[in-house]
Write a protein that binds this ligand. Structure first.
Ligand SMILES: Nc1ncnc2c1ncn2[C@@H]1O[C@H](COP(=O)(O)OP(=O)(O)O)[C@@H](O)[C@H]1O
Ligand SMILES: [Mg+2]
Length: 317
C-alpha cells in the first residue's frame, strides 16, 4: 500500500540540513507550506507528490520506536473500525536538530480542493450537509468500535473538518472520506493510553508545561474519546472556517443523524450556546498557546538554543 510513498532520503536530509526555521522561504530547499497544525507543519518538498508533516520532538530512537508502535496500532484499529486512513509512513531524518530527532509523516499530497475545510468554505447548504453526514458516519464507526471493544480497545479521533479528505474515487461529498491527521495516535488498550502524553507537551513552552500537564492534558485527551465533544468541536470550527451561517443547520442535522445512528446512546441534543461557548474558549486557548510558543522561540534565541519547530504566522480565527 505504501509503494507510492517512495521518499528520496538524500533529499530529505538535505532539506532538513538547509532548513531555515525562522524563515522557511530562505531555506536551501524552500518548502511549500501546505498547512500548519497546532503542533507541526505540513510541507511539500520539491515535486515528488508527497506531503511531509514535520515532528521535531523526539529525544531518542527508542522514543521514535515507541511512537511508531502506537502509530501502527492506531492505523490498524482505525482500519478495523472501518475508517479509511490516508496511506502514510513514518520516516526519520538522519539529520538531527540539536538534541532532537526529526520524524516525518509522509503521505500522498492531497489536492487542496479535496480537503474538508476547503470544501466547507465553498459548499452550498446541500453540499455542506452531505459533507457533515459523511464525517458523522466515520465518527459513528469509531463510536461503535469503542462500544464493541469496550474494555479492550478505545480509539480517540479529532473529527475536525480539516482532518478529512475526499478519496480520489469519490465523485462528490456523498462519497468516502479518508482521515489523514493521524500523528496524535489516541488509542487506549485496556483503558491505558498507549501514547506517551509527554510527547504532546514537547511543543509547549517549558514555562507552561507543568500547568498544561496538571490542569489540561487529561481533559484534552478525554475529549477525543467522547463522540459528543468531537462533534461539538467539528461544528464549532465553522466559526474558524468563516461559515457561521451553517452552524444551526449542522446542529440540527447532527442531532438527527446521531439520534438515528446511535439510538441507544444517551446523547443529549447539541445546543447552539454550547457550540459558541466552546469556540470562544477554544479559539482563546489556541491563540494564547501560539503566542506562548512565539515567546518560547524568542527565549530560545536569547539563550542561544535552537527552537526546532516551524511556527505559523498570524492565524485568523
Ligand atoms: N497529505 C496532505 N496533503 C496535503 N495537505 C495536507 C496533508 N496533510 C495535511 N495537510 C494540510 O495541513 C493541515 C494540517 O495538517 P494536520 O495533519 O491536520 O495537522 P494537525 O495535527 O497539526 O492538525 C491540514 O488541514 C491540511 O490543510
Ligand atoms: Mg488537523
Amino acid at each position: 500500500m505504501n509503494d507510492m510513498l517512495a521518499v528520496d532520503m538524500e533529499r530529505l536530509d538535505a532539506f532538513e540540513a538547509g532548513l531555515d526555521l525562522l524563515h522557511p522561504e530562505r531555506s536551501a530547499l524552500p518548502p511549500q507550506i501546505l498547512g500548519y497544525g497546532e503542533i507541526s507543519a505540513v510541507l511539500a518538498i520539491g515535486d515528488d507528490g508527497l506531503a511531509y508533516k514535520r515532528m521535531p520532538m523526539f529525544h531518542s530512537e527508542e522514543e521514535i520506536d515507541a511512537y511508531r508502535y502506537v502509530f501502527d496500532r492506531y492505523v490498524e484499529q482505525l482500519t478495523i473500525a472501518g475508517v479509511t486512513v490516508t496511506p502514510s509512513r513514518l520516516v526519520t531524518a538522519r539529520q538531527r536538530r540539536g538534541a532532537y530527532h526529526v520524524l516525518y509523516l509522509v503521505q500522498p499530497r492531497l489536492p487542496a480542493g479535496a480537503i474538508g475545510n476547503q470544501l466547507v468554505r465553498t459548499a452550498d447548504q446541500v453540499g455542506a450537509r452531505a459533507l457533515l453526514t459523511a464525517v458523522l458516519r466515520e465518527l459513528v464507526k469509531v463510536q461503535r468500535f469503542n462500544v464493541a471493544h469496550a474494555g479492550a480497545w478505545a480509539l480517540g479521533i479529532d473529527g475536525q473538518i480539516s482532518n478529512w479528505a475526499l478519496t480520489p474515487q469519490a465523485a462528490d461529498t456523498e462519497g468516502a472520506l479518508s482521515y489523514f491527521d493521524i500523528t496524535t495516535p489516541l488509542i487506549r488498550q485496556a483503558g491505558v493510553e498507549l501514547l506517551d502524553a509527554e510527547l504532546f507537551l514537547r511543543s509547549a513552552p517549558s514555562f507552561l508545561r507543568w500547568v498544561l500537564r496538571r490542569f489540561f492534558l487529561q481533559d484534552v485527551l478525554d475529549r477525543y474519546y467522547d463522540v459528543r465533544r468531537v462533534v461539538i468541536d467539528l461544528i464549532a470550527n465553522l466559526h474558524k472556517e468563516g461559515r457561521t451561517d451553517l452552524i444551526d443547520a449542522w446542529i440540527e442535522h447532527a442531532n438527527e443523524v446521531l439520534h438515528n445512528l446511535l439510538p441507544n446512546s444517551a446523547f443529549p441534543p447539541l445546543q447552539r450556546r454550547e457550540i459558541d461557548a466552546y469556540y470562544r474558549d477554544d479559539a482563546f486557548i489556541w491563540r494564547f498557546y501560539l503566542a506562548a510558543r512565539r515567546i518560547d522561540r524568542t527565549l530560545h534565541r536569547w539563550t542561544g538554543r535552537e527552537y526546532p519547530f516551524l511556527l505559523p504566522g498570524r492565524i485568523r480565527r
